[in-house]
Ligand binder design. Structure first.
Ligand SMILES: [Zn+2]
Length: 218
């Protein structure tokens, strides 16, 4: 029994690290307000983000932005109205493209995708922790099952976020084509890299574009 308790404790620590790991591991690479580039990047983001938020179902929400130093083009939402953008995305993307990125990440926030993913992940881990009492070592199967299942859940989230992002963009005068062009640009910049966030590889960007065209042509 002591072995079971030890395994569960180890697993509990591992799960806690996984759920909070991304933000803390990247801490050293963020550009803070003390950096001379911060004001310029923040103004650029707010010029695209604020009209999207104003046109959304929660126009009074206050978003906190973080700027991450990276050679990759990417952006992601952390939940609780926190968005991250890489410096390379901000250097390369036009205002229209950045508006599309903001619409996509705001959609993830409004649809509470981060919260839902964490709840699902914790639920899966709990099942394996209980199973471990009866089958010692079962808790380690969570290492394989959890990422596979939660990643699958993200596929539906991406499609839902694309749909809401297009609605948000259309409310402020942009077209579906503007959003499709953004996805094509992301695909060009990403190349073969698989980085998560804006570049979630399942479904692929080509699949997402095809899905949008199928929905809008019908
Ligand atoms: Zn996304």
């Amino acid at each position: 029994m002591r072995r079971h308790v030890t395994l569960i404790l180890i697993w509990g620590l591992y799960s806690t690290f996984c759920l909070s790991g991304c933000a803390t591991m990247r801490q050293g690479s963020y550009i803070g307000p003390g950096d001379e580039r911060h004001a310029r990047y923040a103004a650029q983001i707010h010029a695209a983000l604020d009209p999207i938020v104003a046109s959304s179902q929660a126009p009074d929400d206050e978003y906190r932005i973080r700027i991450y130093k990276s050679p990759n083009v990417n952006a992601w939402s952390l939940g609780r109205r926190r968005l991250v953008f890489t410096t390379t995305l901000l250097d390369l993307f036009t205002h229209t493209e950045l508006t599309g990125v903001c619409a996509h990440e705001v959609a993830h926030e409004l649809l509470r995708h981060n919260d839902k993913k964490k709840i699902l992940s914790l639920g899966i881990s709990s099942v394996f922790q209980v199973a471990n009492i009866f089958v010692p070592g079962a808790v380690f199967a969570d290492l394989i099952a959890n990422p596979l299942i939660t990643r699958g859940y993200s596929r539906a989230q991406e499609v839902a976020a694309d749909g809401m992002a297009i609605e948000l963009m259309q409310k402020i005068g942009y077209s579906i084509d503007d959003y499709v062009r953004l996805l094509e640009r992301v695909s060009e910049c990403a190349g073969e890299k698989k980085q998560g966030g804006l570049l979630d590889d399942h479904p692929s960007i080509q699949e997402r574009i095809a899905y949008i065209k199928e929905k809008t042509d019908g």
